[in-house]
Design a protein around this ligand. Structure first.
Ligand code: ADP
Length: 703
């Protein structure tokens, strides 16, 4: 595990407050709008119910109207049929009355003719005043009706009809009676008794027997409509005779009419079955049904439209909530102004920045603004007037100074853009305002730290040079000194052996000796001075302290960050958790880290900009063997070839135009002074890793 600061993690953290804002806003919306949505749903359900009920009622009323119209038609039809029946009977009566004048022997012939013409008549009789049958004739078109039972069975009915006829001196009908037939069936018969009088004297009666079934068939059967049945019934509904079939519809319509006859009243009943199976029996019902369907269709479309609107409304509310949450969680101040310079919108970050409430800023037309420093108000006012007049904006924003409500000034960066509304019209200006206080403070700190490190670097470099110079010059100086001493000795020996030179020029010899002695003395003195400088340089490395590796990294990161941005390099840092403190000269080790990191970044500088692997990886981990902590700086640069590798730590060796070639040798000196080692190796797949070790701080000196 390591503490690599992955950018994704930071993004995820930044996204968290936005999501929670959004969730909270949605919850609040659900809480407030929930009951409204419920009651809206209820209203819709009620509307659908009402419309449905209305439509059902309409269809039912249309159906009812139609059935009452059918009933009415049936009533009229029945009345017509009853009328036809009355007229038919009246016509028959006239024919039968014609029969009474013909009392000659031709009665039989005439009666037979009548029976042939009127199939509803089953028998004609000519009876005497005492009702005895004088002549009788049965219908030739059927077997004789009274063959089975005999005529006497119905004598009472005939008698009653004739006595009524006699009482009123007019034709009278008997009540109907059933006469079984030979084929197992039977006939419902009704007698008509016509008294025959001449000059007030009763001659007898003409009795005609009607078959009710045939009466229906002959008189009204011809004009009976399909699907209709006409019948004679008794008052209690018992059917006496029927003609036709009432059809096969589900609904039975019936109509009754009385056929009032002298001596008897017949009930004529008409039946018709009409189908409710037919869904659109008439135009009205069809119209209502079509309208119903259209209404349902419109209702469905309305509901669909409503649902779509609700969805759009929801999406809109969600987008609005998201936007609001974004605005509120922004650290950048947002400010909108209209074309007159009045503030129309500020976000919470802007209010926090200047310490003024939004309502104090909105529609603020009287300049100066509350956040303008009074000493700059005139400048700002002129600038605003100029900008409003020219519509000109500086590209990339401009720096300015704002004032908090407590009077403190702070630097800001203002980036402005024209505000264009949905119709594409320019309605004002939108500004993003960044508080630069923190950035300026960090820049100040890093500049100070850079100055300090550069001073230290120069000092270290001078020290290293002095140390090198002392090392390099000590040997020639020592050689000069010994050669000078040797020359003095040689000069003395030669003086003793051959006194020629001394006698020739004793003063020259002594001068030469003195000069050589002076050279030896001065060389010795120079050697001492140089040694003392070397000792002084070596002595300053005694300021060791226990430092956390992370603190070392934190100290160099701002400087590295600046350089990395300039060279387009990404710096990654991993410090193994639980890494112990190291005992070191903090400034010198920072210098080592800076040197190695700078070399690494410069090695990647010449890679094409598009190369993805411009990563410098700084890693710290404790060494397994214990007691040591390993620092490594890995780059993905061009690497180090054999020739360069052999001279890498040689002082003043450099391949750079502006290099001094002292960086690596200084690094090695510093690391070795701490007792550690500095080495390098190839980095896979490309680049170089510089690795150095530092001793762990003993437990007693740890912070
Ligand atoms: P300077 O940086 O001033 O040249 P240094 O002593 O720091 O001096 O480096 C010496 C040389 O070593 C550099 O000029 C460069 O050629 C080589 N060098 C150092 N570090 C790297 C590296 N990470 N990758 C490739 N070459 C390097």
């Amino acid at each position: 595990m390591n503490t690599a600061r992955a950018p994704a993690q930071a993004q995820a953290q930044a996204g968290r407050p936005q999501r929670s804002w959004r969730r909270r806003l949605l919850q609040a919306r659900r809480f407030w709008l929930g009951p409204q949505l419920k009651s809206r749903g209820l209203l819709w359900a009620l509307l659908v119910l009402l419309v449905g009920g209305l439509l059902v009622l309409l269809v039912w009323l249309a159906g009812r109207y139609e059935s009452s119209a059918t009933q009415e038609r049936l009533e009229t039809y029945t009345a017509d049929l009853a009328n036809d029946m009355r007229n038919g009977l009246a016509r028959n009566l006239r024919s039968l009355q014609a029969l009474q004048h013909d009392r000659s022997s031709a009665w039989q012939t005439h009666a037979n003719e009548l029976l042939l013409q009127h199939r509803e008549l089953v028998r004609l009789e000519w009876r005497g005043p005492e009702l005895g049958i004088r002549q009788a004739s049965d219908s030739p078109s059927r077997p004789a009706a009274f063959q089975q039972l005999g005529r006497s069975q119905s004598a009472a009915d005939v008698q009653l009809a004739c006595s009524t006829a006699l009482r009123f001196n007019a034709p009278a009908y008997s009540t109907s009676y059933f006469v079984p037939q030979a084929d197992g069936m039977g006939l419902e018969l009704m007698d008509l008794c016509i008294p025959v009088t001449v000059s007030g004297e009763l001659l007898g009666f003409t009795v005609a027997s009607y078959s009710l079934g045939d009466l229906l068939k002959e008189v009204v059967g011809g004009q009976l409509l399909r699907g209709h049945a006409v019948s004679f019934t008794e008052a209690d509904g018992t059917r006496l005779a029927i003609q036709g079939t009432p059809g096969s519809g589900r609904q039975l319509y019936t109509a009754r009419q009385l056929v009032d006859l002298p001596g008897n009243t017949l009930v004529m009943r008409l039946e018709s079955r009409q189908g409710t199976a037919d869904l659109f029996p008439n135009l009205l019902t069809a119209l209502v049904s079509a309208m119903t369907l259209a209404l349902l269709g419109v209702l469905f479309l309305l509901v669909h439209d409503m649902r779509r609107r609700l969805k759009v409304e929801n999406d809109l509310a969600e987008a609005l909530a998201f936007r609001k949450a974004m605005e509120n969680s922004l650290n950048t101040g947002l400010r909108a102004r209209d074309l007159q310079g009045r503030i129309t919108y500020v976000n919470p970050a802007f209010c926090r920045m200047v310490g003024v409430e939004a309502h104090e800023l909105l529609n603020h037309s009287a300049t100066p603004m509350p956040y303008w420093p009074p000493e700059l108000a005139n400048v700002y006012q002129d600038r605003q007037a100029w900008r409003l007049a020219n519509n000109a904006l500086p590209r990339g924003g401009h720096e300015s100074v704002f004032m908090r409500s407590d009077g403190t000034r702070f630097p800001v960066l203002i980036i402005e853009a024209p505000l264009i509304n949905a119709q594409g019209r320019h309605t004002g200006w939108m500004s993003a305002i960044l508080d630069l206080s923190e950035q300026k403070r960090v820049e100040e700190i890093s500049r100070a730290s850079q100055d300090r490190l550069q001073a230290t670097a120069r000092l270290a470099m001078v020290g290293e040079m002095a140390s090198l110079l002392s090392h390099e010059l000590n040997q020639p100086l020592a050689a000069i000194s010994s050669y000078a001493n040797g020359s003095v000795n040689l000069l003395r020996d030669a003086q003793q052996e051959a006194s020629g030179l001394a006698s020739a020029n004793p003063r020259l010899a002594s001068d030469l000796e003195m000069a050589l002695q002076r050279i030896a003395e001065q060389a010795g003195r120079a050697g001492k001075v140089i040694r003392s400088v070397h000792d002084f340089v070596r002595r300053r490395e005694q300021r060791r302290e226990a430092v956390k590796p992370m603190d070392l990294m934190d100290a160099v990161m701002p400087l590295l960050g600046l350089q990395a941005r300039k060279l387009g390099v990404q710096v990654m840092l991993s410090v193994e958790p639980g890494c112990p403190e190291v005992l070191c000269d903090r400034t010198m080790v920072e210098q080592v880290l800076l040197n190695l990191a700078r070399n690494g970044m410069q090695a990647m500088q010449h890679l094409p900009q598009t190369t993805p692997e411009r990563v410098l990886h700084l890693r710290v981990r404790p060494l397994g063997s214990g007691g040591w902590v390993e620092f490594s700086v890995a780059d993905m640069g061009e690497g180090i070839d054999e020739q360069v590798a052999s001279q890498l730590f040689t002082p003043f060796f450099t391949t750079k135009d502006e290099g001094m070639g002292l960086g690596l040798s200084l690094c090695r000196t510093v690391v070795e002074q701490h007792g550690g080692t500095l080495s390098f190796e190839r980095h896979q797949p490309q680049g170089t890793i510089f690795v150095f070790t530092l001793p762990e701080a003993p437990a007693t000196s740890r912070t």
